[in-house]
Design a protein around this ligand. Structure first.
Ligand code: OSB
Ligand code: MG
Length: 377
């Protein structure tokens, strides 16, 4: 028997690449800017009569990290997808020789790798969590609350607490930090509370960050620059509160450096930011080996990206509540047929079929697609 018959793999016949735009119910404000719509590339890999789906998390402009949708679309269309369409892969790991030689562009690589994980799990008839090595039917989630006036923030926290969310994360920025945290803590003395600065501070702001030590925060997320680890270690040494790194962690090697230098005591894992599930799991394992908890971040994804996040968050060391709250907090209507709604702070793992366990609402997808193309062999 030829090796091809022993491990036939999946031949990728074609790739459908779209740009989708979903209006947000409420503008989402963070230190780097305001989002009024969620615009994202959607990739559908087709082979053996099955479809694997994933969404990419780069922004239209380089706001969160360096990648952009126009750059990613060109890289996917002209470089990555022509390298995989028409070829066979027996597992997602066989994509690595194609993906890893290219510098950076982790979000673009991730969307290809994630769509193939979904395709592969479906070909095996297994839920994505099973091939990733996760267990359980629910994951704990909290909310991420954009920058808003104090009264609005207090109302939003109150709603999230009533709904049973397991943690409230307040977006902060220069001039919008201690007062808002103080007001929320005064009204909610016992809730699990965190802040996310999305890189708005510098070493010169140490006193402002130290002032946050008074509010029993679970962690302060990404206070310093998106590409910094070294200075976070300096700040962490001067704080009681744990630092959680988001933007700064692009790989397992970054996570190792952050843990070795003491730059963080918690890590936020976003599968898109780190280039896919293989790297996300490597970071998870690196942190687990050091006794450092992780949690699953979010990028206001549609039901497709949320489903990927939820399956990932079933891995054992995701011990802190993630950001994958109910889709209905962001969108009037989602592109998936299955509603992804948390109840009492627990998000059910979607299991409508193998793979990611959600299916595309093709009619609504057509209505919210700005651009669509097909890459064939
Ligand atoms: O830093 O976690 C972040 C959204 C856009 C860009 C960066 C971040 C976020 C969130 C979103 O906090 C959380 C969610 O998906 O609900
Ligand atoms: Mg963050």
């Amino acid at each position: 028997m030829s090796p091809a018959r022993l491990r036939p793999g999946i031949r990728i016949e074609s790739a459908e690449l779209r740009i989708v735009s979903l209006p947000l119910l409420t503008p989402f404000v963070i230190s780097t800017g305001t989002m009024t719509a969620k615009t994202f590339p959607l990739l559908i890999l087709k082979g053996e009569g099955i479809e694997g789906v994933a969404e990419a998390v780069m922004d239209p402009t380089p706001d969160y990290l360096e990648e952009t949708i126009p750059g990613a679309m060109a890289f996917l269309r002209e470089v990555l997808l022509p390298q995989i369409v028409g070829k066979r892969f027996a597992s997602p790991y066989e994509l690595q020789p194609i993906l890893s030689p290219w510098r950076g562009n982790r979000m673009a690589k991730a969307v290809v790798e994630m769509a193939f994980w979904d395709l592969w799990a479906k070909s095996l008839g297994l839920p994505l969590k099973a091939v990733l090595g996760g267990t359980g039917d629910h994951v704990s989630v909290g909310v991420s609350l954009g920058i808003a006036p104090i009264e609005t923030t207090l109302e939003r926290v109150s709603t999230a607490v009533e709904q049973g969310y397991k943690r409230n994360k307040l977006k902060i920025a220069q001039g919008h930090d201690v007062r808002i945290v103080e007001a929320v803590r005064a009204e909610f003395p016992d809730i699990k509370l965190t802040v996310d600065a999305n890189t708005d501070y510098g070493l010169a702001d140490l006193a402002k960050l130290q002032a946050l030590d008074a509010f029993a925060l679970d962690y302060i997320e990404q206070p310093l620059a998106h590409d910094d680890i070294h200075d976070h270690a300096k700040v962490q040494r001067a704080l009681k509160t744990a630092i959680c790194l988001d933007e700064s962690i692009r790989s397992a090697s970054d996570a190792r450096k952050a843990l070795e230098t003491g730059a963080a005591r918690v890590i936020n894992i976003k599968v898109g930011r780190v280039g896919g599930f293989a790297e996300a799991r490597a970071i998870h394992d690196t942190c687990a080996a050091s006794g450092v908890p992780v949690w699953c971040g979010g990028m206001l994804e549609s039901g497709i990206g949320r489903a990927h996040n939820i399956h990932l968050a079933t891995l054992a060391n995701f011990t802190k509540p993630g950001d994958t709250s109910s889709a209905s907090r962001y969108f009037a209507r989602d592109i998936t047929n299955e509603p992804l709604e948390a109840s009492n702070g627990e998000m059910p793992v979607p299991v409508n079929g193998p793979g990611i366990g959600v299916t595309l609402d093709r009619d609504y997808l057509a209505a919210v697609t700005d651009h669509a193309e097909e890459i064939t062999a």
